[in-house]
Write a protein that binds this ligand. Structure first.
Ligand SMILES: O=C(O)C[C@H](O)C(=O)O
Length: 509
């Protein structure tokens, strides 16, 4: 029997188009579940974060710009029919990488190049976001099934694995693990859980489970019919009862769905993997059967829930060009600020370099005294933009460098997302500084507060270079104040429900 001939051009075009599509459009199932979470949410801080994420999503769809500045690592799953034939003989992963480079360097909608090689030493940006991580499986049939995902670094960083004993309680492990993850994975999102096989198989199952449709609302409405569905509902309720909430601010919804995939396993083993999916849920599947490239139809913007934002009458206006220690010391955790003026940027690579220069007693290329630094790696601008989408990155990764910067440079304010470690919170208090947060996953919305942007140091670091932004009324929340109060501690504590099980929950849903 002869199979379809899959053309190289069709594969490249389809993957490149799919990557552009998922960068700007949230899947409808994700939006529907997030809109439902907003309806149920009672925590004002979490409600505000969900609203920003929904408004950002609609703006990104209309503006055809990325939902999130972290446009992800490309994960491609190829299921090749045994009877399929190809009109090319290069390794298929190289063809995929070509498609990635085309998508990420698209002049009309450049996506952020986040991949660095090699990971151990050079860590130099490849500038095209290639290579992708490509998985190939041979299956029955004559076509090629492709599933493309763009996975953000913050949620991928929270992937967890355990080699449990066969008698251990997998659900307990999942709940305990999520409790320890913090908010760097940008909840509310989805949990992918892989159980069985071997260590690497369990991780792959967890990742693939995230490609399944989000259907928790239907499952809750009809009730679970299998043991695995019962476990999904149980985990959904127990994880949400932790009170972590949107962005870790405390609230009723941390997960929109829980996905589980399993595989037979050795009698002595119970490998379990958990991979969370952030609010930038980006994936799409299509099939090539020799009939040309896949087509992707833009959703209607009327399909987005109508949500209005309001910074609140109590928001405090802050002039970053006249930032004084006494003013910063007066801010209290939970307050909303509207920042205007000059703002520095810097994230992982820049922090590492700054700290090393300080250790060596060298002068820094920028004066941080009395300044605010925003942990961000923006997307490149297109015509008419000061900067591309520019949401916060996970601040916890900057913790190892924070004390030395506060101590030796006079830096006053940091802006990012998610919690800080206990030592960093103490250091912020000791230095009379403050840590502010913007909403992770609301990158296009945040970028609209940026009036101008220029690189002022470490140009070679690509998106990780130090920029100077001029911002106007950029909304942020005080997350750690100079008294050492942290909303990532107080929020979840306030919204945590008593321990619940599937049969006795107080959590909505
Ligand atoms: O790299 C980034 O911009 C963000 C990262 O995905 C994170 O969530 O920390």
């Amino acid at each position: 029997m002869t199979g379809s001939i899959i053309r190289r051009d069709d594969l490249v075009t389809s993957i490149a188009d799919a990557l552009q599509y998922i960068a700007v459009y949230h899947p409808p199932d994700f939006l529907a579940h997030l809109a439902r979470a907003l309806k149920l949410e009672q925590s004002p801080a979490a409600r505000d974060a969900i609203k920003q994420i929904l408004v950002n999503s609609r703006m990104a769809a209309i503006g055809r710009r990325p939902i999130c500045q972290d446009t992800g690592t490309v994960n491609v799953f190829l299921k090749v029919g045994m009877q399929a034939r190809f009109d090319f003989d290069e390794p298929i992963a190289e063809v995929v990488n070509e498609a990635v480079a085309i998508a990420y360097t698209d002049a009309g909608n450049p996506l952020r190049a986040s991949i660095v090689a090699d990971p151990l030493f050079d860590r130099r940006n490849t500038r095209t976001n290639a290579p992708a991580v490509t998985h190939v499986e041979l299956v029955a049939g004559s076509g090629l099934d492709v599933h493309v995902a763009a996975k953000g670094g913050g949620s991928e960083n929270k992937a967890s694995f355990a080699a449990l004993n066969p008698g251990d309680d997998v659900a307990d492990w999942v709940v305990r693990t999520v409790e320890r993850l913090g908010a760097g994975w940008c909840p509310p999102g989805i949990l992918g859980i892989g159980v069985g096989g071997t260590a690497e198989k369990a991780m792959l199952l967890a990742k693939e489970s995230l490609l399944q449709p989000i259907d928790m609302t239907d499952l809750l409405a009809r009730g679970p019919r299998t043991a695995q569905e019962e476990m999904r509902v149980d985990l959904y309720r127990r994880v949400n009862a932790l009170g972590i909430g949107a962005q870790g601010l405390g609230g009723l919804t941390t997960v929109l769905d829980v996905k589980i995939a399993t595989y037979p396993v050795h009698a002595a083993s119970m490998p379990v993997a958990l991979i969370p999916q952030c609010v930038a849920d980006r994936h799409i599947g299509f099939r090539l059967d020799g009939g040309g490239p896949a087509g992707f139809v833009a959703p209607r913007t009327e399909d987005w829930p109508q949500v209005a934002l309001d910074a609140g009458a109590d928001a405090i206006k802050v002039d970053l060009d006249r930032l004084a220690p006494a003013e910063v010391a007066g801010w209290r955790a939970g307050e909303t600020l509207l920042l205007s003026g000059r703002l520095l940027t810097g994230r992982d690579a820049a922090h590492k370099r700054l700290a090393a220069m300080l250790e060596r007693g060298e002068d820094l290329p920028v004066d941080l005294k009395g300044r605010a630094i925003y942990y961000v790696g923006p997307v490149d601008a297109v015509a008419g933009e000061a900067v591309g989408p520019a949401g916060p990155t996970t601040s916890t990764r900057m913790d190892p460098y924070t004390d030395i910067l506060l101590e030796r440079t006079g830096l006053l304010v940091m802006i990012g997302k998610a919690e800080r470690g206990d030592e960093t919170v103490a250091s912020i208090g000791r230095h009379g500084a403050a840590y502010l947060i913007a909403v992770g996953g609301a990158a296009y919305l945040v970028s609209k507060a940026v009036r101008s942007a220029k690189v002022i140091a470490f140009d070679d670091l690509g998106m990780e270079a130090i920029h100077e932004f001029v911002v106007e009324d950029m909304p942020v929340t005080v997350a750690v104040d100079a008294q050492g109060q942290s909303i990532h501690k107080s929020g979840p504590m306030r919204w945590r429900a008593p321990p619940v099980t599937y049969h006795g929950t107080q959590i909505p849903g």
